[in-house]
Design a protein around this ligand. Structure first.
Ligand code: SAM
Length: 366
């Protein structure tokens, strides 16, 4: 089937039900790919010397072809011979050049360096993370689609993949973001690399992050300092964060005395850089099929408070046996009571605030 995405035309296989033999193409990931193009444009505007882009798991070649159309010096890699043929066909169809390699990307990244590396695997990216930190000069783009392990819904799998404790809370997508970033920061630290999140979002059952890599033991130590624990009470929705690698969890919830759960080490720092996010928004262009969605998402991300973790207004109001008022009125009350507050990209009824759960309850009481 023929599809047009961004400024390129592609042939992609019809996707059957379940895992088939055909080369993978997911039209739902167009937002992810549009944002990738915009992030790379914004990054190149800031760092004009970056040139090379590795589409590490290319499948149909869609990411590599779009990057080549945007002037990047592109390498496309996949282990699958059919993917490699299709990727080459799609480059040729658009009259574009690219270096197309049938290889295990872990081996390729062992031999070669790229300014920007894009990991877009099935499921967890962790089996590719060590090689990616060694083979990336500037910007590492990572997708993870294994949201159930990441957010603690598949607990053992999350512990195994990410070497941390994920907890299945009502802010599960943010738990996934912070677990993924924790694992990537700990992996980078082994090579004296500090990955700094420029943009991170959780959308439609995947997490996507763009990490600028800084080098040196001192900065890598600082990155590790941003890891810590979240203590969470499932009864009253109280939560608290503690930086550091040694957990000192309260024995019970300081708010209601019920049991407390510990997640971590997770990343407690900023998952986006708001100034960079605004330059990404300026790089979204109208040929992108998801331009409006991408712009809305970036606007929300840019304004989102960086504090962990978000609340869901409906969940809180249900817990307090109140009806949920209009979000804007609810957030205005919190703000008028002197608390920092923002909406979040995790959902229409979600917000972040510097207020505690008791302060939220008091400030928004009718
Ligand atoms: C989710 S698909 C990639 C989708 C594509 N990036 C897109 O945007 O449509 C994952 C691809 O990774 C490839 N793959 C799996 N293991 C790999 C490895 N070790 N090295 C390179 N490619 C690999 C698979 O063959 C598959 O084509």
């Amino acid at each position: 089937m023929n599809v047009r995405e961004g400024a390129v035309d592609l042939v992609v296989p019809e996707q059957g039900e379940g895992a088939g033999d055909e080369v993978f193409f997911n039209p739902v990931q167009e937002l992810n790919r549009d944002l990738t193009v915009a992030v790379m444009r914004a990054y190149r505007d800031r760092e004009p010397r970056v040139e090379t882009y590795l589409d590490a798991m290319t499948a149909s070649g869609v990411r590599g072809v779009r990057a080549a159309a945007d002037g990047w010096d592109v390498t496309c890699c996949d282990v699958d011979a059919d993917a490699i043929d299709l990727c080459q066909e799609n480059l040729t169809r658009n009259d574009l050049d690219g270096d197309v390699r049938q290889r295990d990307v872990n081996a390729l990244l062992h031999d070669d360096y790229f300014d920007v590396v894009d990991l877009d695997p099935f499921g967890t990216p962790i089996p590719f993370a060590d090689a990616a930190f060694q083979g990336t000069r500037n910007l590492l783009c990572v997708t993870a689609t294994d949201t159930a392990p990441l957010c603690g819904a598949h607990f053992e799998s999350g512990v195994r993949s990410y070497s941390t404790i994920p907890r299945n809370t009502e802010y599960h997508a943010e738990m996934g973001v912070r677990v993924l970033l924790s694992a990537l920061i700990r992996t980078g630290a082994r090579y004296d690399i500090a990955p700094r999140p420029l943009v991170t979002h959780a959308t439609n059952h995947y997490v996507r992050t763009y990490l600028e890599l800084d080098r040196g033991a001192t900065v890598a130590n600082k990155a590790v300092d941003e890891l810590g624990y979240i203590y969470h009470c499932e009864h009253c929705l109280y939560r608290e964060n503690e930086a550091g690698l040694i957990a000192d969890a309260p024995s019970s919830c300081p708010n209601c005395d019920h049991g407390i759960e510990t997640a971590g080490p997770v990343f407690l720092g900023s998952t986006c850089n708001p100034e960079f996010v605004s330059t990404v928004a300026d790089s979204v262009t109208e040929e992108m099929g998801t331009a409006d969605k991408a712009t809305d998402l970036l606007e929300t991300l840019g304004a989102e408070l960086s504090v962990p973790t978000h609340y869901d207004q409906h969940r809180l109001c249900k817990r307090w046996t109140r009806s949920a008022p209009a979000m804007d009125d609810f957030l205005d009350k919190l703000s008028e009571a002197g608390h920092d507050v923002s909406r979040t990209h995790y959902g229409g009824t979600t917000f972040k605030t510097t207020a505690t759960v008791d302060e939220i309850r008091a400030a928004t009481a009718e």
